[in-house]
Design a protein around this ligand. Structure first.
Ligand SMILES: NC(=O)C1=CN([C@@H]2O[C@H](COP(=O)(O)OP(=O)(O)OC[C@H]3O[C@@H](n4cnc5c(N)ncnc54)[C@H](OP(=O)(O)O)[C@@H]3O)[C@@H](O)[C@H]2O)C=CC1
Ligand SMILES: CC(=O)N[C@@H](CCC(=O)OP(=O)(O)O)C(=O)O
Length: 316
């Protein structure tokens, strides 16, 4: 069967990337909207209702509107926006977060594609909390850097025109209230909202998230090797996982921590570093904000929803 896919917001950063990833697929008919009608509600309503799967690459309010325009119970939805990530009736689109989660996505009609930053955090904390190695109430801090494509078309244009100074490293979200906090807390299984402080760099694409852990207050302080083993065990149990775990090694510097390492792919690599004497560890995830952070994850979820094995069908 050839599945009909409509990308609402196909001209935006995420929409274009998904289009590109799907363009050579023969099992998919990509339904396009005429450029002059792309914000026309009735044209979108018709295309949304005719699609087997609609992928929403829109601002939050427009994504909510698209969902409200679906009048049948057959069109499945993958929403790349923030609108439904912690909403009732939606499944979170991070397939590797639990052993059976890919199967859940495969039968879901409403999948909320994750935010770029939260996946690197959930990828570590959920398995560690599930294994009882990190307690749910441990206060967590997250730092991160993203390429400017994370800010969508307006930020890309601003950086490419050299507007705004183009600082090599520009911290933001200093009100400590970033929109990714609810999904980061909920799916990591944390009791307390993490302190999250990201930065944008003067490069287009690729990200790194950092979770430093102060472990001395824990009743049982895990070693770096124990943290690493728990995370590695989790991903070893997920066939076709796009998340892998680097060997546990003592290094001062690692070229693989370049945020651009996995650009153009759907891969995420997890690194564990530790200093046993100080009871400190650092959890580092490297991936493409437009890949596993957005369009790669959307195509992985689409494959699952179409009953295709994502590990073999996703063009990296
Ligand atoms: N960039 C990233 O790294 C990531 C983005 N996302 C999310 O994906 C979604 C899209 O982001 P991104 O691609 O970066 O954003 P862009 O700004 O690049 O693209 C959004 C697109 O939606 C169009 N649009 C806006 N309003 C409407 C409407 N009412 N009807 C139809 N089309 C509309 C815009 O058109 P116009 O420009 O003419 O207004 C634009 O083409 C957002 O919710 C974002 O939060 C998720 C993960 C990562
Ligand atoms: C650099 C930059 O500005 N990044 C965006 C997040 C990009 C992303 O994950 O997208 P969602 O909007 O779908 O959550 C931000 O911090 O708001």
């Amino acid at each position: 069967m050839v599945a009909k896919i409509f990308i609402d917001g196909e001209a935006g950063t995420t929409g274009l990337q998904i289009r590109e990833r799907l363009s050579r697929r023969r099992d998919i008919e990509l339904v396009s909207i005429p450029a002059d009608k792309r914000k026309d509600v009735e044209t979108r309503r018709a295309l949304l209702n005719a699609a087997d799967v609609a992928i929403l690459c829109l601002p939050d309010d427009a994504a909510r509107e698209s969902v409200s325009l679906i009048e049948n119970d057959t069109t499945k939805v993958i929403d790349a926006s923030t609108a439904h990530r912690v909403a009732e009736g939606w499944d979170y689109g991070f397939a590797e977060m639990d052993r059976d989660h890919g199967a859940k996505i495969a039968t879901s009609k409403r999948v909320a594609n994750p935010g770029c930053y939260p996946q690197g955090v959930i990828a570590f904390l959920r398995p560690l909390i599930n294994a009882g190695i990190v307690p749910e109430d441990l206060p967590i801090t997250v730092n991160a850097i993203s390429g400017y494509s994370g800010g969508g078309r307006s930020m890309i244009e601003a950086y490419e025109k050299g507007e705004g100074g183009n600082a090599p490293f520009m911290p933001y979200a200093l009100g400590l209230n970033h929109k990714h906090l609810p999904e980061m807390r909920l799916y990591s299984k944390l009791e307390k909202t993490p302190l999250f402080q990201p930065a944008v760099g003067d490069y287009a694409q690729g990200m790194v998230t950092f979770v430093p852990l102060q472990l001395e207050t824990l009743a049982k302080v895990p070693t770096g090797a124990e943290l690493h083993a728990a995370v590695a065990d989790h991903y070893a149990g997920i066939p076709g996982s796009f998340v892998d775990v680097a060997p546990f090694e003592a290094v001062e510097k690692l070229p693989g921590l370049d945020p651009q390492t996995f650009n153009g792919t759907n891969h995420m690599r997890l690194h564990v570093f530790a200093n046993e004497k100080r009871a400190q560890a650092l959890l580092v995830a490297v991936y493409d904000n437009l890949g596993k952070g957005a369009s790669g994850a959307a195509v992985q979820n689409l494959n699952l929803m179409l009953g295709i094995d994502g590990s073999t069908s996703l063009a990296a």
